[in-house]
Structures are given as structure tokens and as C-alpha cells.
Design a protein around this ligand. Structure first.
Ligand code: AMP
Length: 187
């Protein structure tokens, strides 16, 4: 099963992706996690990505697409994957489709987690205190929301037009949201 999990910053993508990917038996591929691991490891990719991440901006498509191509080419992703945080731009949507088409594959579902605006901010503030992510300060949170609205929110319309989009209510207890996501995937 090849699935993309979408939703605004704070929608709970990461939390859901961990559990849902396990249930589906596919790897959880989070571009944010891969970037953070590279930042922590001080790799050249991490050094480049950090500048953008700390400002709340997107890492350039060329860098991100190359990283995802490499990750999805690894053997564990042959059975499928749950992508979390990718694609985020129209160019990434096109590149992902092209990558999959090279292997005669395509996406099965795109799940959009929907959450109220007030709840999103509350979750991000909570995460900032709990995890200490350097991009969870108030002005960077605001910037990430702007970038999301400009560059990523429009992608759902593209996937809706392709008949791939399913919207899932992301409000409420984690386990209830997981059950809704799995039901939406028919799993
Ligand atoms: P996330 O953990 O998904 O919220 O990602 C954290 C940060 O990593 C984002 O704010 C971006 O700076 C960067 N990032 C993650 N995924 C992407 C992507 N698909 N395209 C560009 N930048 C990304």
C-alpha cells in the first residue's frame, strides 16, 4: 500500500504515521525526521537543510526530491510506504508520480487529516514544550503555517481531482483518529 498522509503543521501526521504504518506493515517515511537525523549527524545534507528548517521554510525541491528518491529506492519500500510530510509542493507531487511510474507503481490513497485552527496552535505549543524542536517557536510556527497555506494546502485539490484524496477528522483522542484513518484506507 502506497499512502501519503497530509495535513497542516500540528495535525498529528507524525503521531498517526507511526501507528498506521505499523498496522499496514509498510515503512514510515518522514522527510522531516530524515532531515532532523541529518542535522543531528552534522551531514552536508543536514547543514544545508537546517538553514531552511530553522526559518520555517521548505528545503529546496531538488534536495528533498533526491532524498526521497533514495529512500523509496531502498528494499523495505518495495512493499509500499506511508509518506509523512512529502509531497509538500506541486513539483514534489510531479516528482513522486514520476518516481513511482518508473517502477510501474502509483499512489493508492492520500489521507488528509483535518483539525481546527485553534487546536493546531495548541498542539504546536504543547509540542514545543515537550520536544523542544528548534522550529516550534511562535514566529517560526506562524511562518510554517503561512508556507503550508501557500504551497501545500493547494495539493489536496490536485489529489482530489485524481480521486485519491480521503479526508479524515483529526480531532479527538489519538486512538480514535487512528481508527478513522485505518477505516478510510480500508485496512
Ligand atoms: P516536518 O517534521 O514534516 O514538520 O518537517 C520539518 C521541516 O523539514 C519543514 O518545516 C521543512 O523545513 C523541512 N521539510 C520536511 N519535509 C519537507 C518537504 N517535503 N519539502 C521541503 N521541506 C521539507
Amino acid at each position: 500500500m502506497r499512502v501519503v498522509l497530509m495535513g497542516p503543521p500540528g495535525a498529528g501526521k507524525g503521531t498517526q504515521a507511526v501507528v498506521v504504518s505499523e498496522r499496514l506493515g509498510v515503512p514510515h517515511v518522514s522527510t522531516g525526521d530524515i532531515f532532523r537525523a541529518n542535522v543531528a549527524g552534522g551531514t552536508p545534507l543536514g547543514l544545508e537543510a537546517k538553514r531552511y528548517m530553522d526559518a520555517g521554510d521548505y528545503v529546496p525541491d531538488s534536495v528533498t526530491n533526491a532524498m526521497v528518491r533514495d529512500r523509496l529506492g531502498q528494499p523495505d519500500a518495495a512493499v509500499g510506504f506511508l509518506l509523512d510530510g512529502y509531497p509538500r509542493t506541486v513539483a514534489q507531487v510531479d516528482e513522486l508520480a514520476a518516481m513511482l511510474a518508473e517502477h510501474g507503481a502509483a499512489l493508492d490513497h492520500v489521507v488528509e487529516l483535518t483539525v481546527d485552527r485553534d487546536e493546531l496552535v495548541a498542539r504546536l505549543v504543547k509540542r514545543a514544550t515537550e520536544q523542544g524542536r528548534s522550529d516550534d517557536s511562535e514566529d517560526v510556527i506562524r511562518r510554517r503555517q503561512e508556507v503550508f497555506a501557500e504551497q501545500t494546502a493547494p495539493l489536496t485539490a490536485l489529489y482530489e481531482a485524481q480521486g485519491l484524496l480521503v479526508r479524515v477528522d483529526g480531532m479527538g483522542p489519538v486512538a480514535e483518529v487512528t481508527a478513522r484513518v485505518l477505516a478510510a484506507l480500508g485496512a
